[in-house]
Write a protein that binds this ligand. Structure first.
Ligand code: ZN
Length: 348
């Protein structure tokens, strides 16, 4: 026993290498960062000499006494050391609490967090996210493409769903299929990687902006879109738009054909198309536009099991009241629904 009543039957040595003596004090570090924008400040830039000394002292049984001996736990083959790794180990890997409290750097990170939270008035995140700079990569296969106006329709619903799904400080993925089983089948996908700091509303807005870019920023001379991905900040956030259905080689012009036949009591029409008006069985555009020609009866809209070589993917049929104006009226309905602008309706 020494004069202070502490048993000193053996001694402890902590050896610091020269880097330790170049490491700043907690107050010194705070002064460096205190005028920086909030989004630039992260715990991994706030490592300090006191925290490192505390780490080494936590290994000493004289300090922990009869509590469990504190070691450096390992995660993915490395010592659990530093704010980024401790945070990932605890929040993502969901480390066993017994392991967390017997890991020396857990204490350093805990003490640093309290200290800097008091100093800054907020708790800086474990690591600084890379600056969120967008990068667009266009891609896709030649035989997979989608009409831009059809793809665009899915951006809103997808990104709203993402806003409801995504949570701050998680990693995850959301993928949704649209018009599955039809030539218009596309996939919208978002991937976010740790550490993500954006709020759900910001992610929703980022999603909309990004997916519209993958549609309108790629294949800019054509309304046929092969898809792409827009990433932000070293792939912290990625947004993919991918057409999923094989189609014939991209047509030079929009596939379409129409025939109107006079049947004494009615006129009937056959419309053949691909890549336009087809995502919803013609419900949104083609049928309403045809109704300008009169009451449409016997309406049918069928997808071919295989896309024809001329790019035709579906066939629509219906009947209209008779009249010589119907050839031009049906033609105009096709054009106004996204069909070929130079189409003429055959038949007799
Ligand atoms: Zn250690």
């Amino acid at each position: 026993m020494n004069d202070f009543g502490i048993f000193t039957g053996y001694t402890y040595d902590i050896v610091f290498c020269h880097l330790f003596f170049l490491t700043d004090t907690p107050d010194g570090i705070y002064n460096i960062w205190k005028d920086q924008p909030k989004e630039n400040i992260a715990m991994d830039w706030l490592e300090n000499d006191a925290g490192k000394a505390l780490h080494e002292m936590m290994h000493i049984n004289l300090i922990t006494e009869d509590r469990p001996h504190i070691i450096d736990q390992r995660y993915q083959g490395k010592r659990v050391y530093g704010s980024a790794m401790v945070a990932e180990w605890v929040t993502q890997y969901k480390a066993n609490p017994g392991d967390v409290i017997t890991n020396a750097d857990s204490y350093t990170q805990f003490v640093n967090a309290i200290f800097f939270k008091n100093k800054f008035g907020f708790l800086p995140p474990p690591t600084r996210e890379s600056p969120l700079v967008p990068q667009l990569h266009c891609g896709g296969e030649d035989d997979r493409y989608s009409d831009s106006s059809i793809a665009e329709r899915h951006v809103g619903p997808f990104c709203e769903k993402l806003g409801d799904t995504y949570q701050v400080n998680t990693r995850g993925e959301l993928a949704e299929q649209y018009d599955e089983g039809k030539p218009e089948h596309v996939e919208m996908r978002a991937v976010w990687k740790h550490p993500t700091r954006l709020q759900p509303d910001d992610v929703e807005a980022q999603c909309k902006e990004s997916l519209l870019r993958t549609i309108h920023g790629c294949d800019t001379n054509s309304h046929w879109k092969h898809g792409g991905v827009q990433t932000w900040g070293d792939e912290s956030y990625s947004y993919f738009f991918t057409p999923k259905h094989d189609r014939p080689s991209q047509p030079d012009k929009v596939p379409g054909k129409c025939d109107v036949w006079y049947k004494f009591w009615y006129d009937e029409f056959y419309i053949y198309g691909g890549g336009w008006a087809g995502h919803d069985h013609g419900q949104e555009k083609l049928l309403p536009n045809l109704r300008r020609c009169g009451v449409v009866s016997e309406w049918r809209f069928d997808y071919y099991p295989d896309i024809r070589n001329d790019g035709v993917e579906w066939e629509a049929y219906g009947r209209l009241p008779i009249g010589p104006q119907q050839w031009d009226c049906v033609r105009q309905a096709v054009v106004d629904s996204g069909g070929p602008s130079d189409i003429g309706c055959g038949g007799s």
